[in-house]
Ligand binder design. Structure first.
Ligand SMILES: Nc1nc2c(c(=O)[nH]1)N[C@H]1C(S)=C(S)[C@@H](COP(=O)(O)OP(=O)(O)OC[C@H]3O[C@@H](n4cnc5c(=O)[nH]c(N)nc54)[C@H](O)[C@@H]3O)O[C@H]1N2
Ligand SMILES: Nc1nc2c(c(=O)[nH]1)N[C@H]1C(S)=C(S)[C@@H](COP(=O)(O)OP(=O)(O)OC[C@H]3O[C@@H](n4cnc5c(=O)[nH]c(N)nc54)[C@H](O)[C@@H]3O)O[C@H]1N2
Ligand SMILES: [Mo]
Length: 753
């Protein structure tokens, strides 16, 4: 807990504005100094600059704001990376691992950039400096000593560039495994599965332009004011063009309610655009029932005016399963649906009334939908609604799963996937003359279990913070500790370096904002944003240490050290210039024709997207209606449902500060947001200290010392912050089909201490 006392204020009514600018300047200049900080900000998200290492929201195709094409939280991400503080061997000599592990995530992050490769020998208390050659030799030896390549795990976090990701999967497959779990397994995997099965492509269909043409935008389970702040600018523009915005969320999130655009003078002066027209305070996991209720009401209207409400010709031409879907829908009970989602009949009717005559509808969603047991079915229910309205594959309409990490979508396109498709594997085989392993590898949850049971013993991570990001922290910690070697390619120190295998390595790499020189020539990499645009990203800042290597170079040298003469791939070629990597991506992956040329065009290029072009790449070439029951989570009287969410002062496990400004919570992250009624029942008042417990599978999991905060959240629903509450998320609680940990519906009891 922090030294300062928890302070609880008002929930803010509008996001951004002047406080956001003040915060931006404070963070960047504080960490990087004035000149370096200014340079970093000036090139952020510019067409010739570098891609923000924050979220994956797209940049405008046309003009970019002269005031800066970034947000407060992008600036915080830059401050974090551009910091001049660095961790030298002296630092590690002064602080042993146990001492560092006792710090909070916030304190660990403040320490600075890792400045040279560090090695923790078996049994040692301190990390010590190691040369790059010796580090690669150590890993190569460990990998080559395994009984089977499937005993090694290669994790990826979503910041890794296309170039690094392509080489990484190529190396891992040449080594002999598909064990390529990634952060996507915990993030939008459910979206990928649902969209792939229903629509034939696991990505969203809309572009920014579609936002400006939409009649209705529905935002479910997403907090854009904090996690995708530049989306507010798009919503503001959509609204000016007449769009109606519906927000579906247990919390009245500030950014959804109002927005003072800091890039417009009016916004700076505090003139607020009210964004949401209709706020639906759904109960946790009530979305499926809500969507079905809306569909039911629309179907009633459709019966009164056949062909006026549903897009019959679209349905006939492009979809399969409509009759069966309607049969099932007819059998629903509207009152039960309303009760299951916690939304009044009045509001449900308002939504149906509004949607009835609209045809250009966009649905956006994020973690509030994907991290549930029935996530795949809920997302397919969104698709059902859009299909009824013919709202896919036309301007101003479509699917918009809003991605998290800046290149998480690109990493998947590059083949970071534990279940690669046959066409991809065949393409690797024909382009690189080796047969990649054909059987599926481990995803995140399977990887944790494999390490826990001893089926895997070497863990390598390209970025990320596996320990803190994954569920069931104590179980995962035990899994990592059983490894013979854990390796992290990282920019900053994090908890995964401190909960380690018998031996451990930290390999320090360049970040997005760092200048990347190869043989004296500046290199750039590329990323794919949430809407399938490939853009170049070129760092501008002098690296804090001359010991840092880029991720592509690290992969090449690791591959050489591991595969030696048996390598089917010429890694030295890639070490000459990254253009060679892009040439091989172009040969291997569809959609990248003229990659080197088109990526150099200002603004980059769009990848093909069958839905956007009006077709569906399923086996039947049709879009599929899906039938699934609503499932209600049964709670015993004393139990509550908990969602784990992000504060305004963090990027995933990187904690920028201890405040959650928009929600009015200050100086403390170990808090539980509760409805006043649930507090009264338990005789709790604001600031009381409680332990949170989960007993799934007969195991007691406890998150100690959380402070109670009364909050406008539906009864029986609670919220805590990720990653502090991950200790409560059972490793066996996963979404059907996508195997994503259920981080938004954890059954808990609250115990007063
Ligand atoms: N500044 C900043 N930006 C980020 C990140 C960050 O940590 N900080 N993380 C990045 C990453 S990797 C990702 S994936 C995205 C995450 O972006 P979000 O998905 O917006 O992140 P969460 O905080 O997990 O928010 C989930 C939202 O869903 C709501 N919710 C929870 N359960 C339910 C439910 O059952 N139904 C409905 N309808 N709503 C629900 C919560 O109240 C919350 O508003 O952001 C990315 N951008
Ligand atoms: N309970 C709960 N758990 C969750 C979630 C939740 O909502 N609730 N959300 C899930 C989601 S959506 C996600 S995406 C995952 C996130 O899981 P991860 O992606 O594994 O976690 P991050 O916190 O984003 O990783 C931060 C670390 O990445 C390293 N890093 C930063 N920049 C770079 C770089 O350029 N290169 C390299 N090599 N390393 C870099 C730094 O060392 C930093 O400490 O967490 C998941 N876990
Ligand atoms: Mo994510």
């Amino acid at each position: 807990m922090s030294d300062k006392k928890l302070k609880v204020g008002q929930v803010k009514r509008s996001a951004a504005g002047l406080p956001a600018i003040v915060e931006t300047v404070k963070q960047v200049v504080g960490e990087a100094g004035l000149t370096r900080g200014w340079k970093a900000l000036a090139h952020l998200n510019k067409k010739d600059g570098y891609d923000c290492p924050g979220c994956a929201w797209p940049d405008p195709d046309d003009e970019r704001s002269a005031l800066g094409e970034y947000c407060e939280n992008g600036a915080k991400a830059i401050a974090e990376e551009a910091t001049l503080k660095k961790l030298t061997p002296e630092f590690f000599a002064q602080h042993n691992v146990a001492e560092l592990a006792a710090l909070s995530d916030y304190e660990i992050g403040r320490k600075g950039r890792v400045a040279q490769p560090m090695f923790l020998p078996a049994g040692a208390a301190h990390y010590q400096a190691i040369s790059w050659d010796a580090a690669f030799h150590t890993i190569g030896k460990a990998l080559n000593n395994l009984g089977s390549p499937d005993e090694a795990i290669f994790y990826t976090s979503g910041r890794t560039s296309n170039e690094a990701a392509f080489l990484y999967q190529l190396f891992v497959r040449a080594y002999g495994t598909n064990n390529l779990p990634d952060c996507s397994n915990m993030c939008h995997e459910s979206s990928g599965v649902a969209l792939g099965e229903s629509l034939g492509i696991g990505k969203g269909s809309v572009t920014l332009e579609d936002f400006y043409k939409a009649e209705v935008i529905i935002i479910l389970g997403q907090n854009p004011g904090t996690n995708h702040p530049r989306m507010l600018t798009a919503l503001q523009k959509a609204k000016a063009n007449g769009a109606y915005i519906i927000a579906v969320n247990p919390l009245p999130e500030t950014g959804l309610m109002g927005f003072n655009n800091p890039q417009q003078v009016k916004g700076l002066l505090g003139v607020t655009t009210a964004l949401t027209d209709l706020f639906l305070p759904v109960t946790i996991n009530g979305d499926m029932a809500l969507l079905k209720a809306i569909e039911y009401l629309l179907w009633q209207y459709e019966q009164q005016a056949p062909g006026q409400v549903f897009d019959r010709s679209f349905i006939e031409q492009h979809t399969a399963g409509y009759e069966a879907f309607i049969d099932d829908l007819q059998q629903q009970n509207l009152d039960q649906l309303a009760e299951a989602c916690g939304i009044s009949m009045n509001q449900l009717r308002q939504v149906a009334e509004l949607l009835k005559n609209k045809t250009r509808i966009i649905a956006c969603w994020a973690m509030g939908l994907t991290q549930h047991t029935n996530a795949v079915d809920t997302i397919k229910e969104i698709v059902n609604l859009l299909l009824l309205k013919g709202s896919i594959g036309k301007p101003g309409a479509g699917t918009c799963p809003v991605r998290g990490h800046s290149n998480v979508q690109g990493d998947r396109t590059m083949g970071i996937y534990e279940k690669p498709g046959q066409p991809f594997l065949n393409s690797i085989e024909s382009n690189f003359q080796f047969k990649p392993p054909q059987h599926a590898g481990y995803d995140v949850v399977e990887a944790i279990k494999a390490m826990h049971s001893g089926r895997a013993s070497v863990f390598i991570a390209m970025g990320g913070n596996f320990l803190s990001a994954t569920p069931d922290t104590n179980y995962t910690a035990a899994a990592l500790r059983k490894c013979t070697l854990t390796v992290h390619v990282s920019t900053k120190l994090n908890r995964s370096h401190l909960v380690h295998g018998r031996e451990a390595l930290i390999l320090p790499c360049l970040g997005r904002s760092d200048k990347d020189l190869l043989h004296g020539e500046e290199q750039f990499v590329s990323c794919e944003n949430s809407m399938g645009v490939i853009q170049l990203s070129k760092g501008v800042l002098p690296p804090v240490s001359d010991q840092l290597l880029s991720e592509p170079v690290i992969v090449c040298r690791l591959a050489k050290a591991t595969l030696g003469n048996r390598s089917p791939v010429n890694w030295d070629k890639y070490l000459q210039h990254y253009d060679h990597i892009r040439d091989d991506i172009e040969r291997t992956i569809p959609g990248f024709a003229d990659y080197n040329k088109r990526v150099r065009q200002p603004g980059g290029f769009y990848l093909p997207n069958c839905n956007r072009e009006g077709s569906f790449n399923t086996a039947s070439k049709k879009a599929h209606f899906n039938i699934a029951p609503i499932t209600t989570i049964k709670l015993a009287d004393h139990e509550l449902l908990m969602m784990t969410i992000r504060s305004h002062d963090q990027f995933n496990t990187t904690i920028y500060g201890l405040n959650d400004r928009y929600r009015g919570i200050y100086n403390e992250r170990r808090v539980i947001l509760m409805n006043q009624q649930d507090m009264d029942q338990r005789n709790l008042k604001q600031g009381d200290e409680v332990d949170l417990c989960n007993y799934s599978g007969g195991i007691e999991r406890v998150a100690h010392k959380f402070l109670v905060v009364p909050y406008p959240i539906p009864v029986r629903c609670t919220a805590t912050y990720f990653p502090e509450a991950n200790v409560l998320v059972p490793v066996n609680s996963v979404a059907k089909k996508s195997n994503t940990p259920v981080s938004k519906a954890v059954v808990i009891t609250v115990r007063k201490t």
